[in-house]
Design a protein around this ligand. Structure first.
Ligand SMILES: [Zn+2]
Length: 371
């Protein structure tokens, strides 16, 4: 009897020790690198300012307004729909910290799913954070998960039924923001975030909305612009111009029957021109080798080089891989071009953004140089 008390005591002490050791690591995951207020930022709001149902929830998130003060159109840029796709949120942060509109407005949401950035998908072996060297020292960003943190929304149903269409997907997709649009005011947290973003698009009268993503190199829609039918002419012209500059982009129409996605539902539920972009992140792929921070940042993987030689990929993949600077360069350059093409077609709702580094500058100096 005495022995079992001793064992129980020892187990209790070890459990407490492990908890004390782990709690700071766990809490660290809730901390996201602060964003610097750039020269173009004129106001910082919260998503709950557009939909009060998000106030005080893990889904509320920062909304950065960059207003030129001159009349024109408004473009929305979303990063962090999927928090394991860092070129999206890093491009959004870069725009907040550097861009300066000279006509119209730009609104940026860097962490569209603020809950997903606090979660790490351990089944994927993902790193918890990534660190970039910048002129002011190292800056560390969270590497989050594709979906809403289960702490904030649980349990998943066996089958996720998209509210607007009845489309059925696997249960875990219930926490995927890019299957939740146009969202529901009285839905689960992910549907509420989606609803909040759609309210923002309506209330701010956003003319063009761009959702930034990354995907595995073996995914067919990669290095591509996906456009709602109403945005197709702008996306097509942008793609052609980028090709002429030697930056290869695919063009994909938003499938009418694939529901819940930003490029479909934003365009159907509002007047905005809805666009989504994908860059190639080998850290998300099924064919990858060791999954670590280096893979996320350098984007090099001998297994993907081999897969490319065998013709299994939808993007070129050589020794250079797809480093984060190239992936951010693609997003930011395409955003800049989309805005230019939009403005040429809508002279009464012009948007002009200055102080955006060029594609070549990103490649030669690296993204860290600009943060
Ligand atoms: Zn994505």
């Amino acid at each position: 009897m005495k022995g079992s008390y001793k064992t129980a005591g020892l187990m209790l002490v070890s459990a407490l020790t492990i908890i004390i050791m782990v709690v700071p690591l766990f809490r660290q995951m809730m901390t996201v690198e602060p964003i610097k207020k750039g020269p173009g930022v004129t106001a910082i709001k919260r998503l709950s300012d557009y939909f009060a149902g998000l106030k005080g929830t893990a889904g509320d998130t920062g909304v950065y307004l960059l207003d030129s003060g001159k009349p024109g159109g408004t473009v929305l840029v979303l990063g962090g729909t999927h928090s394991n796709e860092p070129s999206g949120y890093l491009s959004a942060i870069l725009l907040i910290e550097r861009a300066k509109p000279s006509a119209g407005r730009m609104i940026v949401i860097p962490f569209a799913n603020a809950s997903a950035i606090t979660h790490t998908d351990y089944a994927e072996g993902s790193p918890q954070k990534i660190t970039l060297s910048t002129p002011t020292g190292p800056r560390t960003f969270r590497y989050g998960s594709r979906a809403t943190n289960p702490i904030d929304q649980w349990p998943d149903p066996d089958i996720y039924v998209h509210a607007g269409s009845g489309q059925k997907l696997s249960g875990s997709e219930t926490r995927n923001l890019n299957r939740a649009y146009p969202g529901r005011a009285d839905g689960n947290l992910t549907e509420k975030i989606a609803y909040g973003i759609v309210q923002l698009i309506k209330q701010e009268k956003i003319n063009m909305s761009i959702d930034l993503h990354e995907a595995a190199p073996e995914y067919p829609v990669i290095n591509a612009i996906v456009a709602h039918p109403r945005a197709m002419d702008i996306a097509a012209e942008t793609t052609m111009r980028l090709q002429l500059d030697g930056i290869k982009f695919g063009l994909e129409p938003s499938p009418a029957k694939l529901r819940g996605l930003s490029h479909r539902e934003w365009g159907d539920a509002t007047d905005t021109l809805a666009i989504l972009m994908e860059s190639a992140n080998p850290a998300q792929g099924r064919l990858r080798g060791v999954t670590n921070e280096q893979l996320v940042l350098e984007g090099k993987d001998p297994l993907y080089e081999q897969a490319a030689k065998l013709g299994r990929l939808f993007v070129p993949f050589n020794k250079t891989g797809h480093p984060i600077s190239e992936r951010v360069a693609r997003h930011v350059t395409a955003i800049h071009e989309l805005i230019k093409v939009y403005s040429e077609k809508h002279i009464n709702a012009k948007i002009a953004i200055e102080n955006i580094p060029s594609y070549q500058e990103f490649l030669t100096k690296g993204i860290g140089f600009f943060l």
